[in-house]
Design a protein around this ligand. Sequence first.
Ligand SMILES: NC(=O)C1=CN([C@@H]2O[C@H](COP(=O)(O)OP(=O)(O)OC[C@H]3O[C@@H](n4cnc5c(N)ncnc54)[C@H](O)[C@@H]3O)[C@@H](O)[C@H]2O)[C@@H](O)CC1
Ligand SMILES: [K+]
Length: 530
Amino acid sequence: MISGYTGTQIRAAEEPLLAAGMGAVLMQRASHGLANAVIRELKGRGHRIYGTSVAVLVGKGNNGGDGLFAAAFLAARGMSTTAVLTAEAAHPEGLAAFERAGGRAHLLTDSTLRRLTADVARADVVIDAVLGTGAKGGLRGTAAALVSRLAGSGTSGESLVVACDVPSGVDADTGQVHEPVLAADLTVTFGAAKAGLLADPGADYAGRVHVVPIGIEENLPLPALHRFEAGDLSRLLPQPGRRSHKYSRGVLGVVAGSADYPGAAVLACRGALAAGVGMVRYLGPPEVASLVRQSCPEVVCSIGSVADTHVQAWLVGSGMGPGDSEQLQRAREAVESGLPVIADAGALPALPAVLAPHVVLTPHAGELASLLKRLGSGRDPELDRAAVEADTLRAVRLAAGLTGATVLLKGATTLVESPSRHSYSQAEGTPWLATAGSGDVLAGVIGALLAQLGSDVGHFRESGIGPDDRWAAIAALAASLHGLAGRAATAGGPLTASRIADTLPEAWDKVSRLTTGMEQGRNSHAHPLR
Ligand SMILES: NC(=O)C1=CN([C@@H]2O[C@H](COP(=O)(O)OP(=O)(O)OC[C@H]3O[C@@H](n4cnc5c(N)ncnc54)[C@H](O)[C@@H]3O)[C@@H](O)[C@H]2O)[C@@H](O)CC1
Ligand SMILES: [K+]
């Protein structure tokens, strides 16, 4: 499990060590970790270290100090180092160490902007150490102009860009982005992962994230965000026992599909079957049921009522529209049943405003904006799709708080939020997953895991996950599996939703073979987060 913390939490954890006079030690650990990560990355790419050029963009605070000390380490390894000071003030000891090591520092002004931009664009490595957790807002003045020019010319695309702690302009707490931001290939972050690196749009700019421990770990509070890793899946995914039978393994009821979108029902059923549910019972219009039967002979179809259908969980809404009144009525009955429900797509606007944690809503950004608008989102009635995308963590938290339901926001990074503010962020997927029907398969996987795991409070408690938060954990496990299946199904080319379902058992099998021992065997100084 990866834990994400807000910048504010990290700064609070640093406080006792700073009070004990350990500030300089923390900065040495951070900057050493940053320099080592740069060296590892260059070696990994087959580049030599000696003679390779590095330009560090330096802000006036401690983030700039980290950058200067790291550049001093790199200069000592024979790299050709240039520091671009974006403010008249710079961390004095850091600057002194950098100059002692033979580095050259230049002040960025209107008159040096053009020349220094060209120098930075030519560097093999660019370290962004302008703003860290102490930033208010984004880059300004000549620093903003330099980064805009680099991004505009595309020249930074040829350099290895490494962000120090966070890409400057990304809010460490929320992942909000203040443009312009230099997109990093790698973010080397100190003490623990920042929540803003694990949520979009911040994650778009962070690249891979490496955590460098600096000795604050025992002061850290409960994390703001969690991310399951393969070892967690191996521990938490259900495994049938020797005496299991199809009913004990979980039965999922599916209310999905319509005359317009019959395929959604098929894909939801395929996702559920691929995710190990004991049985799927489908309720819906005869023409959709007939397609489901043809495509998935395993599914038991009927036109019965929700009340008469014995299941452990319901999936409702995929491929349904506002005109599908009979199906929407079934969706509402499923929610009223008190059983766990995954409510997708067409069901979202049709459900009561106040729900419960065992109801998992799965909107994309546009659907979440509509949901928030319908709920009157209190302080912010203007919250539209763009606003949701610009501040995903806040939007998903708002929705979980207002509805009382568990909310999963689909996207490049999937966020899941329980109403008691237990948050997950999963990013195993690939952009190829953005294909029609992919969300229907995800709904099926969530439904299958709700049916199999929903009643097993103890299973989650053993992992420190409380009863009301287990629904979010189940949704996050499903998002993770869906992402892993998508990644396994593409060799770098297009993907269909059916392939995601087809590949899912293989992805499940692969993670189930992992043991947590493998996780412990990892290099504790560099945790690759994606
Ligand atoms: N506090 C600590 O013990 C440690 C901090 N570390 C580093 O220190 C960073 C935090 O340092 P600071 O608190 O000095 O703050 P930052 O270095 O993040 O930057 C803020 C500095 O720039 C100014 N500033 C704020 N917003 C600005 C903006 N939009 N444009 C221009 N200037 C702006 C502030 O007045 C402050 O001086 C961390 O991100 C990390 O890199 C590490 O060295 C590890 C130890
Ligand atoms: K930075």
